[in-house]
Design a protein around this ligand. Sequence first.
Ligand code: HEM
Length: 482
Amino acid sequence: MLWTHFTSGKNKFSRREPPGPFGLPVLGYMPFLGSEAHVTFIKLARTYGNIFQVQLGLQKVVVLSSIDIIKEAFGKDVFAGRPHSASFQIFLNNSSSSFSFRTGNAQWKFLRKVAMKALGMFASSRNSRLEAVVDEAADELFAELAAFEGHPSNPQRSIFDCAASVIGRIVFGLDFSSKDGALKSILSMNQKFANFFAVGSVLDSLPFGSWIMGSSVRDFVESIKPVEEFMKKHIIEHVKYCEEENDVRDVADAIALVAQQTPADLKGQLGLTDDRIRCSARDLFGAGFTTVMESIRWAINLLAVFPEVQRRAREELDQVCGDRPVRLTDRSNIPYNEAVLLEVFRFSSFVALSLPHSTMEDTTLRGYFIPKGTTVFSNLYAHHNDSQFFPEPDSFKPCRFLTIDGKLDSDAAQLVIPFGVGKRRCVGENLARQELSLLIGRLLQKFEIHQDPANPVNIRDAMPGLTRGAIQVPLIFKRIAV
Ligand code: HEM
């Protein structure tokens, strides 16, 4: 009976659930998942199709592997939930995270809208505020890279500082440089974060998981505390500043203003307090930090491994911008550089399984019954490695996104979905694309990036966890003479 429960594709009402592999009693498929769940899921999809389910201990997980099915599901409200898993609950109970880890109800909808509006201030190409922010952070980064004087050096810390500086300035109007002790605590929490949310963890899958993993849980919770104090301090400092839109200096101001302007009865209806609304700034800081840092790390590693790609991208920047730094308005004239960024997103697929969703009601998808509360993963890594859409997916080939006459192929570009799709698609997408286009472009204008022959870059493997972290080895940054 237990065996049947854990292995069957049909539930007790004999509604047809997605097919899936056999698993062990209690553990389900957990022991077979391996350290790269997204790769294991690709293998399972070959046998069971692009919608399959797998039992991970207590959790039943549905995995979607093709872009059409992911779009169909995540375009519906019913798939906009987040799992009620132990890791999510522990994080929510100990952090002020306002909406990104919470389920897709009316509160989430409102807070998401507020966040998008606040970010919109920075993410318009007519608006130079993002450029000014990137200018300052890039100057600091380039000074640090120049200080390596062409010797092989690990740029990890400098990239971390740069990403923190940009998002810190955007959200809180402050430069969190490495001199700020708070960055250390953010770094420490970040390192634990990826493992804490790993797919199929003992914590989320086994009965008494949080008891079994007690010391890791305590360690993670401790690591959140200083970050929370830091975030709260800055959020509180923004409370009284804004009376009207003209006063808005940064995203935290914009959010604080919305909190103040939202009618009390609407807040009551949604069960929101001003504090909860203001804490959306925390979500934006958290979500916009590691992701951008990871993109830069993958980009420089790949550019170091493919000098020809680097040369062509730099040549295009030289032709379009000459001696001046690349601007947001140049983006439509630098298709090769845009293609490089798309290929970095595709090749790295560093948010391999996106963030997990959960069904908010019983539902069906392509004829399969999916009960309320089922965790649903979208295997973005599988899609980005599907040779039907991306021939020779193992090769790093920015040209795949160009038309024969060298323009950006917008149909091909739209097939790259690192930000997810549908109702919970990343709210920072525009900002991230713009920030990365500027940062990577400017880096290429200033430096040649080379591998250290004694320590070659590994672009095939990645650090395990929620994201596929780039493996960072020392690189050589050679200043380009002006
Ligand atoms: C290259 C950089 C980035 C990548 C690859 C990325 C990717 C993603 C992905 C895959 C999701 C989950 C989508 C889903 O649940 O289906 C997400 C959600 C989110 N992202 Fe990003 N992101 C990036 C940058 C940013 C930035 C810069 C910000 C903010 C400034 C941001 C804010 C958010 C937020 C708030 C959510 C949660 C949305 C929700 O739950 O409704 N992200 N992102």
